[in-house]
Write a protein that binds this ligand. Structure first.
Ligand code: NAP
Length: 265
């Protein structure tokens, strides 16, 4: 018997959908696991994009294919709606789908004491943990690129381009592209500091190092997919596209454009 890992957003609508999903899989001789089983066939997530992000983090960026069922507002990670649920679950069991690899974003955090590596599905923000302006040096592929000052910087994945980055004036990138995007957040307009006229899209092999002025080192925070991280004595962050990806079940390859048209415009 094969297993399905099932994740859900709390709430009435997700409860009803959860019942339907559970019944469908049990009728087809699958076992449902509420705890992450690393031998499972699929990770099925019922909810919105926020629920999807939490499921990916709670499984430590599982390589088991994710299938999203939308009960949230936007649903950029959820191709399946509750109206066509059983139809899509049948396609799933008949293996009538493609698997898309979705690039992640990695960051290495060097502090005076330690080095950490973190991953994100949507984005990382480098910003002040209080209301102060932060001064940041940006070096791309060993080229000193800009010295910026303001609310901070946002580094986002192509899949994250429809989330926070879009609100910050970034561009929309198709979810299957490999690379990342840098956006300055409310940069100070002064001849003493640089800002980016638009967001900057980098290819996957590019590495970006962000250095932090000494007075800012204790007040800097890193926010990855909505989760805040605080470090003592941060010297630099290095952003890169890791080899690890997450995988998603996709039924229609043009789904993304339809979703964008229907949900954003
Ligand atoms: P949340 O407050 O529950 O979710 C924030 C909103 O972002 C929700 O409407 C969510 O959609 C949507 N969202 C998440 N990923 C998306 C994507 N890739 N494309 C389009 N929309 C997306 O917070 P959360 O659940 O912890 O999610 C954290 C994410 O919220 C962050 O990664 C950041 O991108 C986003 N965020 C956006 C802003 C902003 O736009 N000003 C501010 C803070 C955080 P659902 O309703 O479908 O869950």
């Amino acid at each position: 018997m094969e297993t399905i890992n099932l994740f859900r957003k709390p709430g009435m609508e997700s409860d009803v959908v959860h019942e339907r999903v559970q019944r469908f899989f049990q009728d087809h001789d699958y076992t449902i696991s509420r705890l992450y089983d690393e031998q499972a066939k699929y990770n099925v997530v019922i909810g919105g994009d926020g629920t999807f992000l939490r499921a990916v983090h709670s499984t430590s960026f599982s390589s088991i294919p994710f299938l999203g069922i939308n009960t949230g507002h936007l649903g950029f990670f959820q191709e399946v709606n509750t109206t066509d649920l059983e139809e899509h679950l049948t396609l799933l069991l008949n293996k009538k789908y493609e698997i898309h690899s979705q690039a992640l974003l990695g960051v290495t955090v060097e502090t005076t004491a330690w080095t950490y590596t973190l991953l994100a599905v949507n984005e990382f923000l480098v910003k002040s943990s209080d209301e102060h302006i932060v001064h940041l040096g940006v070096n791309i592929d060993s080229v000193d690129f800009i010295n910026t000052s303001g609310d901070g910087l946002m580094f986002s994945t192509p899949a994250g381009s429809t989330a926070y980055t879009l609100s910050a004036g970034g561009s929309i990138l198709h979810q299957t592209l490999k690379g990342y995007q840098i956006t300055t957040l409310h940069p100070v307009r002064s001849k003493s500091f640089d800002s980016l006229p638009t967001s900057l899209v980098l290819p996957a092999p590019s590495k970006t190092v962000v250095t932090i002025d000494r007075p800012d080192q204790e007040r800097i925070q890193l926010v990855g997919d909505g989760i805040s991280h605080h470090f003592h004595g941060v010297k630099r962050f290095t952003f890169f596209v890791p080899e690890d990806t997450i995988r998603r079940v996709i039924f229609r390859t043009n789904w993304y454009w339809k979703n964008l048209r229907d949900k954003l415009f």
